[in-house]
Design a protein around this ligand. Sequence first.
Ligand code: 0GY
Length: 300
Amino acid sequence: MSKFTMDADWLPFHPNPSKPVFTPPAGAVDAHCHVFGPGDKFPFAPERKYTPCDASAAQLFELRDFLGFSRNVVVQATCHGKDNRAMVDALVQSNGKARGVASVGPDITMEELQEMHDAGVRGVRFNFVKRLVDATPKEVFLGIAEKIAKLGWHIVVYFEAQDLAELEPFLKQLPTTIVVDHMGRPDVTRDADGPEFARFFNLMAENENIWSKVTCPERLSVTGPDTYDDVVPFAKKLVEAFPDRVLWGTDWPHPNMKSHMPDDGKLTDFIPRIAVTEEARQRLLVDNPMRLYWPEEANS
Ligand code: 0GY
């Protein structure tokens, strides 16, 4: 019997996703995914806001191969707090085929960061989504940013569209490459060419160190599965305007989905609708993530 019981309304990941019609290019990277536990081996954090199902590194790598990806970027999930052991263990198990993004506190030492670097961590995540984490003072984040910049790491930020105006000055202070999760969570019932999304679009246009994950149609969509049509114009717009600063990922095992659990094969088929040329897909899935996470092996 596991020590942990997943939340009563928790939706576990899809047990048998379909085979995508789209074949990702050779060397494609799933640049946003997580592992959960297993809780008996890597306990969930006491301060967590949800208790998920277990989702192991072995299951993640099986999905990677099934969908036709070659590598993963494993992002520390908030249910593990600042205990990065499950994520780091996934990197170690991957034989160099996974890099990681950690969550750390202000007391983290350069030695601890170097140890994570040696295991494959290349970034930290600053989370501003109130339902996921308690607030962290900006000075604390700035102190962490200064430390991780020394290792050449980048910063992943997760926030919701309504918080962007308040966050903008802070984002501009960060000294590294910044990767924004899920396009800054736009309200996709609005026009992708309208003033709301323009704020995020202009932020990217004016700051060349800001990248975006064009991820999570399943989270953002109001029209819903399997095609998530309403998200297409937003993601496509970013892929076309910033072809060298976009990343894509499955977000497996899809924490906190309440409306439905996406079929990861169908999610993969979303890619050619937002990156409509072979060249755009090569950048989105291979060149960009390689430059950020495996620069020593990148061709461009
Ligand atoms: C995501 C989105 C979510 C959760 C987390 O670390 C997390 O717990 O990132 C969410 O609930 O929106 O990117 O996986």
